[in-house]
Design a protein around this ligand. Sequence first.
Ligand code: BDP
Length: 682
Amino acid sequence: GDGPLVDTVFGEVERACAGHGGAVRRATDEPDARPADLVLALTPALPAADRRPDDVREPIAASDTDPDAVPAAQVDLDAVRAAHVDLAGAALGAEGFALTRHGQVTVVLADAPAGLLYGLFQVVRLGEAAFGPECPVRVHRPALGRRMLDHWDNVDPHPVMGQVERGYAGGSIFWRDGRPRRDRARARAYARLLAACGVNAVAVNNVNVHATEARLLTDRLDDVAEIADELRPYAIRVHLSVTFAAPVVLDGLPTADPLDDAVRTWWAEATRRVYARIPDFGGYLVKADSEGQPGPFSYGRDHADGANLLAEALAPYGGVVHWRAFVYNHRQDWRDRSTDRARAAFDHFAPLDGRFRDNVILQVKHGPMDFQAREPVSPVIAAMPGTRLAVEFQVTQEYTGQQRHVCYLAPWWSEVLRYRPWGDGGRSVADVAADGGDLVAVSNVGDDRFWTGHPLAQANLYAFGRLAWEPGLTPEAVLDEWIDLTFDPARSTGPALLRRTLHEVMDDSWRTYERYTAPLGVGFMVRPGHHYGPDVDGYEYTPWGTYHFADRDGLGVDRTRATGTGFTGQYPPPWSQVYESLDECPDELLLFFHHVPYDHVLHSGKTVIQHIYDSHFDGVREVEETVGRWQRLAGLIDPDVHARVTERLTEQLRCAREWRDQVNAYFHRKSGTPDAHHRPLH
Ligand code: BDP
């Protein structure tokens, strides 16, 4: 079953060598090859040795330099043996690999073909350095077993949301004209891109499951199988979003009640057919009882009943259910100050801890609200020790500039992954997710020629995969890798300028975005519906539960136990106290947790109102600087990429000014407080 994956690795090496006039030999084809481990041995110029690779299985040798040197490379057995000795029997696992260099040979060892694939991509990432001086063997294993992208793609374009819900990179990479796309090379290239980032699972349709998409589970299953065939060679498994009402809407059953025997049989049978067609199918993704999607509540059952129904059907095949915790009342009465959307996921799910089957993974958005530019970490992550958890990020920039603004999100994700819900010395979010769970993100890819609309948004896709593999990587280091792989500075005429400028443009771009948008964690001052650009009161008197409560005296949401919604009590100590306390609450989250007067003084020493003015002027100035810096790169990178980013930066600057002017004018009028520096507030 692993054969195709080994073929992929072989094809990749061949492709890499071809560009250098090198040659590849696959030793499995040798008559006397014997089973052992998987080995990839790469060398710029191998000494001519005619030994056979007689103690390794499926070694692949590549020579990639001087075409006049050795015509077909030979595996250097000494190097391979030495690498084995250094490894001292360490198990590498299904995806791990060991990388080392002995003499002239770079050796990748793996227990399974996926490890060989990831090892090869690590060699590519290292570039020249992979062929440098000898180095001790280093073992690489992913921290997270599943590193998954959710595509919010509709098969048939939705009348309001279009083809990709919250998609900012053109049409779907998978679906067109109601079917899987015919240009399979594109899907295959996408699989390759994802594998190079470290992603190994993909949900191919939107969590909001409409009529056509519901049928992917049954009579349209061949369509899913077609996509699975394109992704499989790069070790990516396919998952499917399903509707909880499937037995009713697809087969006319009178109920979808999770405790009904006929419903259980229906799911068992549907799932059996899925696995008969796609044996390595990953599982189901479900958004239930959320924003109008059907779910167990209709039958008086809870989310554990619902999730366990699907888990039971998947269990015989090793599949999993990703059950989303994004459940809240989107029809709340805005006049009722006791309801708090931030509380909802915890209130629904924490009491169910321990009731989920082993193959249920509760998928939790990293913040309690909805992917705003700043939120605290969701308290659900610390509340369910008896449940497998997936932490969900949003790579698609719904609330962070919609891929028209530069917003490198790795610094934030890194903060979230390092956050310790139980305080210093306790486990981190990354530790919790790694313990039987996953890291998942909503994809930002479409059929755009640069994949992600904004070429620099590719870095977010890359960073997500890399942080899921190794959460301790720094955002700057990840960006360096991405720069090397994408722009190849070594071949540029201005390598230092190129690298420095990309860091200047991207490193702090998330904080810049935060500065010119909604202040201090309050969130949601966006245009309703599409969520792009400012609308100071757009969501204020609506049923969505997303308020800033600004009036003439102050602003922010009181979520304290003492006087507010009690949300701070969902955190374990020390954070419950830190967030509860006006003195200790971090500035950047102040308005998420507290309602304060405009003249409240922050830790920074500024009043809240002056902070709002200053940060908005600063944010716009930083975008202006970015525009200038980007111009320096003209001639140093692909002109089409340069032009696309330039065009997007023009829009970013326009939009940032709009944000600044509306937010500053709004709070100026509400508070009546002038700017200490006498700048125009409009
Ligand atoms: C919100 C999006 C909406 C999604 C929802 C979700 O606006 O389009 O359906 O999240 O995560 O952020 O289900």
